[in-house]
Design a protein around this ligand. Sequence first.
Ligand code: SF4
Length: 345
Amino acid sequence: MLGTSLLELTPSELPVPGSSQPYRRRQLADWLYRHGVDSFDAMTNLPERWRQELASRYSISPFARVERFLSQDGSVRYLFTLRDGKQTEAVYMPYRHRKTVCLSSMVGCPAGCRFCATGALGFGRNLTKAEILGQLLAVARGEECPPRSLRNVVLMGMGEALLNFDHAIGSIRTMIDPMALAMSPRRITVSTVGLPAKIVRLAAEKLPLVLAVSLHAPDDETRKGIIPTAHAYPIEEIIEALHVWQESGGRRVTVEYTLLRDVNDRAWQASQLQKRLEGLTVHVNLIPFNPWPNSGFQPSSKAATEEFRARLEAAGLSVSVRYSRGRDAAGACGQLALTRVGSEA
Ligand code: SF4
């Protein structure tokens, strides 16, 4: 039976031999987070007896198996089989000037957004802190780069991160810890389907993260038709929580809006969206829908997408259209569904 993964511990909790060798803790943290090794044997500057003791009590990688699926656009979808046999995914997206990793916080997702293939899987379970952090380290190993060269993280893969609050925030705290991955919190995006109380709780953490809210409609009627949680949380409450978030630190919010043909891409919806967002510092990400079998939705036409964008821009909003990466490897936004699409590597 494998012991607890060391990734569950904060860097300052890492075990050291004897009582007074803090530099050993730093060495161990360096092996885990600077070098990203997943075996105690690789930790060559640690005394062999200590390595053996660590190996008898702890593990490193929380995964039983890691598989890579390549997309033609250069992104890579990672499929992780966890120790209990359940599966989750991450996506590596190399851009010219940065490398971004999209991590999952759950197996499946309980939110059940109707346009999302992950939602159609239902909820498996929350991921542990080690399983969230471990995805980032496994991607670094798979891409043969130092973990610290992965500077951008989005918690937008499988799951609603704020419903796995403690593990998601715990993993972020290790990402930004100078002894671990030393990431800038400003380069970490937490995505939520829009849970007002959890947004307020996140604000209280006082972490200068980017918050991405999946609004996808400006009116409750349309939103209820595509996002089941909209029945419990009206848009007005979500917007109020976003004001609390910004008043607590003034950080920008990204509004995610997947454009679905004849559902949420009409002119009146663009102007209603703009009115909803008045007074907030936001950036609107328009996401062309990535079709998946039996979803029942169609993507908006290019003309409708551009018109929607133009209407928001004319009202003074900052807008971009985010064409997803990894479509051919089933790794694009809303497509993560544990499939075996893409070329295996
Ligand atoms: S869009 Fe996000 S919150 Fe909604 S079902 Fe998919 S993974 Fe869950």
